[in-house]
Design a protein around this ligand. Structure first.
Ligand code: FES
Ligand code: FES
Length: 141
């Protein structure tokens, strides 16, 4: 099997997996980064969202060989900064219920705020409704 060199949360990681293995499985099974969640496995629900060079994307639909040297940030990497304004607001508004969708929600918000232009309400709403929350935390998000 081929070896892939990946940049995950600011660290170089080497993994030996079959070509075509989704990034999600590399994160969870090879690297133990289980904060990135599996749900639909088809790019539909957003549970597996990570940041790739600061933009949100769905790791269940990204074959490992296409990642290259782009920078991957998972919720574990993002959560290193507990003073991040997103976390402060999340706590202030008591957003989480079961928590399953929350890594995807938080990283989707981070991706929107990484853009140079301020996102419109509609852009935020569209992006966040694409991350399915079975508990219904949308009003607080
Ligand atoms: S598990 Fe990847 S989008 Fe649903
Ligand atoms: S908080 Fe439970 S699925 Fe969203």
């Amino acid at each position: 099997m081929p070896e892939y060199k990946l940049n995950i949360n600011g660290k170089e990681e080497r993994v030996v997996v079959e070509a075509g293995t989704p990034l999600l499985w590399v994160l969870r099974d090879e690297l133990g980064l289980t904060g990135t969640k599996y749900a639909c496995g088809k790019g539909l629900c957003g549970s597996c969202t990570v940041l790739i060079d600061g933009e949100s994307d769905r790791s269940c639909s990204i074959p490992v060989e296409t990642v290259g040297n782009r920078k991957i940030t998972t919720i574990e990497g993002f959560a290193g900064d507990k003073n991040h304004p997103i976390f402060k607001k999340w706590i202030e508004h008591e957003v989480s219920q079961c928590g399953y969708c929350q890594p995807g929600q938080i990283l989707t918000v981070a991706s929107l705020l990484n853009r140079p232009e301020k996102p419109s309400y509609t852009e935020m709403e569209t992006a966040l409704t694409g991350v399915l929350c079975r508990c219904g935390t949308y009003p607080r998000i």
